[in-house]
Design a protein around this ligand. Structure first.
Ligand SMILES: [Zn+2]
Ligand SMILES: [Zn+2]
Length: 172
């Protein structure tokens, strides 16, 4: 999603309302994202004291693979965006890294990386489909959310497991 600076300059300080569908490229940028549906950005853009401002929120849905049961589920997000841009020429002189002011590119405000970054930052590193997801049975592979398989999964003390391995090897 890009906005040309002239769209804002001709408003003479008035705010331009924005409500647009945006295609975010998020597939493969988090190990659990299977698909990214369309997102919507709603907000406004304007110029003030030589700066170009965009604020609003981006909302949409991702199809995620549950880390525990591996079934797909929908993850909805809604993130607040506030980005400041400045002309490329001005950028060389006054940009202070800490202020997080982005230079325009070809006189355009490129919101794409900021929208994608905000959504990716909002996704937890490990996500499960529901708090009480029972996951997959390590014995028989049944999705235990759908049915209980009746397997008794023993929790073996890891120190004993090492011994068990040693004995197993001796048997062969
Ligand atoms: Zn799950
Ligand atoms: Zn089982």
């Amino acid at each position: 999603m890009k906005i040309h600076k002239n769209e804002l300059l001709q408003l003479h300080g008035n705010k331009m309302p924005i409500d647009r569908e945006v295609a975010l490229h998020l597939k493969g940028r988090h190990p659990q994202i299977i698909d990214a549906g369309p997102a919507r950005f709603a907000g406004e853009a304007y110029t003030t004291s030589g700066l170009y401002m965009v604020e609003g929120h981006v909302a949409g849905e991702l199809t995620m693979e549950c880390a525990r049961c591996l079934e797909p589920f929908t993850y909805a997000y809604r993130e607040t965006i506030k980005e400041t841009f400045v002309d490329e020429k001005a950028a060389e002189i006054e940009i202070d890294e800490e202020m997080e002011i982005h230079p325009l590119e070809n006189d355009q405000l490129d919101l794409q990386p900021h929208l994608e970054g905000a959504v990716l930052l909002s996704v937890p590193s490990v996500l499960i489909c529901k708090d009480d997801c029972k996951g997959i049975c390590p014995e028989c592979g049944t999705n235990r959310n759908r049915k209980s398989c009746g397997c008794v999964v023993e929790r073996i003390d890891p120190r004993l497991a090492v011994l068990g391995e040693l004995f197993g090897k001796q048997d062969k």
